[in-house]
Design a protein around this ligand. Structure first.
Ligand code: MRU
Length: 373
């Protein structure tokens, strides 16, 4: 991604050759700041507090977390403890477990003295693979956008609505749902993005708006409840969102509120697409609605809002009466029947059990290895 015009990934190995750098996403959009992770505890904290977030980036960060843990202790027991600690940080995005499985597979049968290097190697590969996958998602999705744009009045921009942040910041680079938007924009397709603010953490208002702005993509931030109205009035040509876990039957688990957008899209004949890398598919989950664990986070995220005051201070204020009960479900599941198509690194796949299994047959059969086409 470009930050002030300079290409920057969301995670990297620092100049010392072993510690890991990340962008602190909790400080955006008010401050661009980076954090150095040096221990397993640093990584677990960064994921749990959402300094890093977004399913693919959580996975890559966890892989580096294993490498850092093994630097301190390369025993089998330490490996197991590290995985358990990291797995407990966020329960919904399956990329976390996928990346841990991949990293464990890369180190498990090696002598202790080789384990650290093997873990760093696999973490770097996971990061690079994420970039390649997202570029492929971008290429496939951009063709879709260009085809839809061709049916519009000359000069009228494609109107795309997105929810949460499934852009560069949610991945190592390029994004999932937003990769097609960036590619289409770079190819000269006129487009405009409606950005759901995405309470309670405001990933849309804070992160999606910031990164679209960094790339020069025209966009407008809207309150979460606006999408239905826009769709009723013909102001949305397509919805594209990311995913934290896609079940074998094509059900899509994504940020809370996604389901309501899918319902509105269905009612208004607006195509509803999901951009996802194959590590987000969980073939062990047969039915998304009943089997995906939905993370519930702290009440403070709903009961408070954080923002910058006129004199430049970042402050958190309470917006809910003291004593009111608060619930904070972080994700919901959109049934496959509401999804028009899954934009994957292997092209647009129908959100159906057979189509998903055919597109990623090696994932159904055994350990994953994603190969972009
Ligand atoms: O809670 P988050 O911010 O980690 O949630 C993840 C997301 O950003 C979204 O749900 C996203 O659409 C999927 S991740 C590419």
């Amino acid at each position: 991604m470009k930050v002030d015009g300079k290409h920057t990934r969301t995670i990297w190995v620092e100049a010392d050759g072993w510690s890991v750098g990340i962008i602190d996403q909790t400080a955006l959009p008010h401050r661009f700041t980076t954090v150095r992770l040096a221990t397993l505890a640093d990584v677990a904290r960064a994921i749990a507090t959402m300094q890093v977030r977004g399913a693919p980036l959580i996975g890559a960060t966890a892989a580096y977390g294993v490498a850092l843990a093994l630097r301190a202790d390369a025993s089998d027991e330490a490996l197991e403890r590290a995985c358990a600690t990291l797995l407990a940080t966020r329960p919904t995005a399956v990329n976390l477990k996928w990346a841990l499985d991949e990293t464990v597979a890369a180190v498990r049968n090696r002598p202790r003295e080789e384990r650290v290097a093997a873990a760093y190697r696999r973490a770097a590969e996971i990061s690079d693979e994420d970039v390649a996958i997202n570029q492929a998602i971008g290429r496939h999705g951009a063709k879709l956008i260009a085809a839809m744009a061709a049916n519009k009045q000359p000069g009228a921009p494609m109107q795309v609505l997105t929810h949460c942040n499934a852009g560069w910041l949610a991945t190592v680079d390029f994004g999932t749902a937003l990769a097609p938007v960036y590619v289409a924009h770079d190819q000269g397709v006129a487009l405009h993005v409606w950005v759901d603010e995405t309470r309670p953490r405001n990933q849309g208002a804070a992160l999606t708006a910031w990164e679209l702005g960094q790339h020069g993509v025209p966009h407008t931030v809207i309150a979460d409840n606006t999408g239905g109205h826009l769709m009723q009035h013909g102001m949305v040509d397509m919805v594209v969102v990311g995913a934290d876990r896609v079940a074998a039957n094509g059900d899509v688990c994504n940020k809370i509120g996604t389901y309501l957008k899918a319902l509105a899209a269905k009612d208004n004949n607006v195509p509803f697409y999901v951009g996802l890398p194959s590590p987000t598919i969980d073939f062990s989950v047969s039915d998304g609605l009943t089997e995906v664990p939905i993370e519930q986070r702290g009440a403070d995220e709903v009961a408070t809002m954080t923002g910058r005051t006129a004199d430049g201070r970042v402050e958190t204020v309470r917006i809910v009466p003291e004593g009111s009960a608060v619930a904070n479900y972080a994700f919901d599941v959109t049934p496959a029947r509401l999804v028009t198509g899954l934009i994957t690194e292997r092209g647009i796949v129908a959100p159906r059990r057979a189509a998903l299994a055919a597109a990623f047959v090696e994932r159904v059969q055994g350990p994953s290895r994603s190969i972009a086409r």
